[in-house]
Design a protein around this ligand. Structure first.
Ligand SMILES: Nc1nc2c(c(=O)[nH]1)N[C@H]1C(S)=C(S)[C@@H](COP(=O)(O)OP(=O)(O)OC[C@H]3O[C@@H](n4cnc5c(N)ncnc54)[C@H](O)[C@@H]3O)O[C@H]1N2
Ligand code: MOO
Length: 422
């Protein structure tokens, strides 16, 4: 078992060790709830979904044309006698005799006895004097028996696992769930994340900016990240540097939330009120992590339920980077998706990248594919941990591990793609 965050002492913690200690704060996924199909986007399945039907339900036509049994010896000289028209939504249970065919539309059930569908563009139709319609195939040598037929259950067989527990439901998964006829699904309850900012200089957007003030960027950036990672925000605002106010907010957070996040006030720490109020409500460890940006981080548990608490550093880029390395994996675990985050790819550095040994560096990067189809990446320029515009330009973090110094152009590096539509 990993050490919890209280046993790690004063040393500079490797990132992986810190992540394991953060994950050890929660036992696993939150309880399940049943949610209706239209409200399932972004939710995570709490159990396997088994298909109650074959998908598709019937063996059916993949093209508009005729359905027939393709004879071993090739088509009859007179053609096939058309005996029926079967349109999608009708005609289940119809049967054909040898030498007969049925007009059929895409998606309509294949009549019994038929094994192939020939598309309309390849047919020649003739109406005889008696009114019978005869169908000839233009290029019989091109026909393969079984062509243009979708077999019952070829996508998902009845009883098979259609979507496993832990699947996050996005467009394709929701379409598939609906295709099984399921009006709702059992999903993990969304983690409730209480969030607050600290610092006398931190000012709510919309308020006048004091001479030494700075607008509260972190709370809004972190709210968006919490939602992107499947959580629900309980916004506690900017906490004033008053012990009673902080204590009241923390008591509420400890009662209502599954995770409490703050930004600011976690560095070397003159004994401030946030720290004192946190200690009053739980146990707390203050860490120095071998990461750049984001070295200082507080970690602990609050209240009787031992709700995990992460105090992220105040510098805006550091708060986002540490969220992605530590809070995002914790949110994944709370949703039954252990190990789903961070996601990593490998890319070739297009430019030299600055990094020093001893800490894992997270540079803001832009990745793309080059003319040869390889992923390439460059940094976004100035990398100061207060420079939020570097995060706006980025579509990934470049992760350069602690054993590695500067990276030369042409070398491979690890990237963590950020959620971001182009
Ligand atoms: N002597 C040392 N000083 C500092 C160290 C250190 O190890 N030794 N670490 C530096 C690093 S790295 C960081 S990051 C910061 C983290 O300190 P805090 O978490 O206590 O953050 P603050 O001091 O409160 O703020 C840092 C910076 O960020 C601005 N900030 C804070 N909250 C917000 C917000 N909600 N929105 C926008 N900007 C915010 C704040 O004004 C400061 O400029 O400590 C270094 N110092
Ligand atoms: O966390 Mo600090 O932002 O490393 O600069």
């Amino acid at each position: 078992m990993s050490l919890s965050c209280f046993e790690l002492g004063e040393r500079m913690l490797p990132v992986e060790e810190a992540r394991a200690a953060v994950l050890a704060l929660v036992p696993g996924a939150l309880p399940a709830e049943r949610v209706a199909l239209p409200a399932l986007r972004g939710r995570v399945l709490a159990e396997d979904v088994l298909s109650p039907i074959d998908v598709p339900q019937n063996t059916n036509a993949a093209m508009d044309g005729v359905a027939l049994a393709w004879p071993e010896a090739g088509p009859p000289a007179a053609g096939f006698r058309r005996v029926a028209e079967i349109v999608a939504g009708h005609g289940a249970g119809y049967a054909l005799a040898p030498g007969e065919c049925a007009g059929i539309t895409t998606g309509a059930p294949l009549p019994e006895g038929a094994d192939s569908v020939i598309m309309r563009e390849q047919l020649h139709l003739e109406t005889a004097a008696d009114g019978e319609v005869w169908v000839r195939v233009e290029h019989p040598e091109r026909v393969r028996r079984g062509q243009n037929v979708r077999r019952a259950g070829e996508d998902i067989a009845r009883g098979a696992v259609a979507l496993p527990a832990g699947t996050r439901l996005c467009a394709a998964e929701l379409g598939l769930l609906a295709s099984l006829g399921a009006p709702r699904a059992a999903v993990v309850r969304r983690p409730r994340v209480a969030l607050f900012s600290t610092g006398d200089e931190v000012t709510a957007p919309g308020e006048p900016l004091p001479a030494a003030g700075i607008f509260d960027a972190n709370r809004f950036a972190l709210m968006a990240l919490v939602e992107e990672h499947g959580g629900e925000v309980l916004d506690l605002g900017i906490l004033p540097d008053r012990r009673d106010a902080i204590a009241a907010a923390l008591a509420r957070a400890a009662a209502e939330a599954d995770l409490v996040l703050s930004s600011g006030g976690v560095s070397v720490g003159d004994a401030d009120h946030t720290r004192a109020a946190l200690l009053e409500h739980g146990e707390l460890g203050f860490w120095k992590i071998a990461i750049r940006p984001g070295r200082p981080l507080a970690c602990g548990r609050l209240g009787e339920r031992g709700v995990p608490f992460l105090g992220l550093p105040g510098n805006p880029v550091a708060s986002l980077v540490t969220f992605l390395q530590f809070a995002a994996p914790l949110l994944a675990k709370l949703q039954g998706r252990d190990g789903a985050w961070p996601r990593r790819l490998s890319a070739i550095a297009e430019v030299p990248l600055r990094s020093r040994e001893g800490r894992v560096d997270y540079l803001r990067g832009v990745y793309a594919s080059d003319g040869e189809g390889r992923l390439v990446v460059r940094d976004t320029g100035a990398q100061g941990s207060g420079i939020l515009s570097s995060m706006v330009q980025a579509n990934c973090l470049i992760e350069i591990d602690d054993a590695r110094g500067a990276v030369a152009a042409g070398e491979a590096v690890t990237i963590q793609p950020l959620f971001r539509l182009p």
